[in-house]
Design a protein around this ligand. Structure first.
Ligand code: PHB
Length: 393
């Protein structure tokens, strides 16, 4: 063999050996990482919720030893800014550029509806960890779309019953003019009017506007028996403070979907004292499951958890249920969905199952603000299921 031929052969052997070596780590690792697209607000009035959801989600994965069904998790994060006009582009990038295996998002109903449309069209698995848009588990429902949170109808409907039972007859509502606000008010009105009350005025401001003064003046002039509201995040802080500053807290009782006082109490201070709200979580459930979750969350993040943290945690639990059923192979969509459809999720809020349209069937609690907590008063509505109107699965 000539020396140059020997050199060529030895080079070829070296190259082969090197490429075999570089393939080894991937083989040794088993399956590649599961890519999770987190599409959440990290700026704006809902920023704190994006962080709480991510914290909760990561906590469950950490508790499982960093893997779900044997697969390590890789996150691709997008700040959706709670801006529906950017949502379709954002979600398409996650699917087409980043090749995510599953989508988790979002907080804002308008953003979640855009995500649901793309998820349905592309068949990408989607778990919604907050946004309550009724349509997501209504007309837009799909076999690959699930929710770990609530429908906007649920807390509203539960509160309508509470307020009617208290004997209030004439109520003014006030909210942001977008799906979440409209649907929360609709849920409230449905049960409140069934219970003999009347919604006499429906007030709103555009999202995420917080100029409430003119509307508070209108409420004072209307002299209703009570007010029902949906606000959340930074807007909820401002609304509760403005309501008290206008002198209304002493004269017209304020009721809300629980987002009004969840994750917001530090900033609202005494202005939130004693407020009654309805939600699928409370800070003092006192169950072993919730106590363990609260302790683990506080230890990991030096923060108290809120409803958003619970929903993020449960989104990860739901992903784990589906992935375990398909042994980590998320391409087996029918089996993944079937497992979730019959699952009982062991949530810190209390166990829940999923309705036909994939929304949690859950207890809605009546809570009252006491100190820095939304304290449990009673179960306002037991195992409340969203009607899933318009869903064909
Ligand atoms: C929603 O847009 O669906 C939404 C946003 C924030 C909440 C609850 C619902 O706290």
């Amino acid at each position: 063999m000539t020396p140059s031929r020997r050199t060529l052969i030895s080079r070829a052997i070296t190259t082969l050996a090197l490429s075999a070596l570089s393939a080894l780590p991937a083989l040794a690792q088993g399956s590649p990482k599961l890519k999770v697209g987190l599409m959440l607000p990290y700026t704006g009035t809902y920023a704190a919720m994006g962080n709480a959801i991510e914290n909760g989600f990561r906590l469950h994965i950490t508790e499982q030893g960093g893997k779900l069904a044997g697969r390590e998790i890789e996150f691709v994060k997008v700040d959706d800014e709670s801006d529906p006009s950017k949502a379709t582009d954002n979600v398409n990038k996650l699917i087409k550029r980043d090749n995510v295996d599953v989508l988790i998002g979002s907080v804002h109903s308008g953003v979640a509806m855009a995500m649901a449309k793309v998820a349905k069209d592309t068949g990408t698995m989607l778990i919604v960890p907050n946004a309550g848009a009724d349509a997501v588990t209504g007309p837009m429902c799909a076999s690959n779309i699930f929710r770990s949170s609530f429908s906007n109808w649920q807390p509203g409907y539960a509160m309508g019953e509470v307020v009617a039972k208290k004997g209030h007859k004439k109520v003014v509502t006030i909210t942001w003019k977008y799906a979440a606000g409209d649907e929360s008010i609709r849920g409230f009105k449905e049960s409140f009017e069934k219970g003999g009350g009347k919604v006499v005025k429906e007030l709103s401001v555009p999202f995420p506007n917080v100029e409430f003064q003119a509307l508070l003046t209108e409420i004072a002039a209307a002299k209703p028996d009570a007010v029902y509201t949906f606000f959340a995040g930074g807007g909820a802080v401002k609304f509760v403070k403005d309501y008290a500053a206008a002198g209304l807290k002493k004269t017209v009782p304020l009721y809300g979907a629980g987002f009004l006082t969840d994750g917001t109490l530090d900033a609202q201070g005494a202005d939130a004292a004693d407020l009654l709200t309805t939600l699928h979580y409370a800070d003092s459930l006192g169950t072993p499951r919730d106590n363990a979750f609260r302790l683990a969350y506080a230890k990991a993040y030096k923060l108290q958890p809120d409803v958003y943290a619970v929903q993020g945690y449960d989104a990860a639990q739901m992903l784990a249920v589906g992935l375990t059923a398909v042994k980590g192979d998320i391409s087996k969509k029918a089996e993944f969905s079937a497992a979730l459809e019959k699952a009982r999720i062991d949530s810190p809020r209390g166990p829940f199952t999923l309705s036909k349209s994939h929304n949690p069937v859950q207890d809605i609690y009546l809570r009252q603000v006491g100190g820095k907590k939304n304290k449990l008063v009673s179960i306002a509505s037991k195992a409340l299921a969203d009607p899933g109107r318009g869903c064909k699965l």
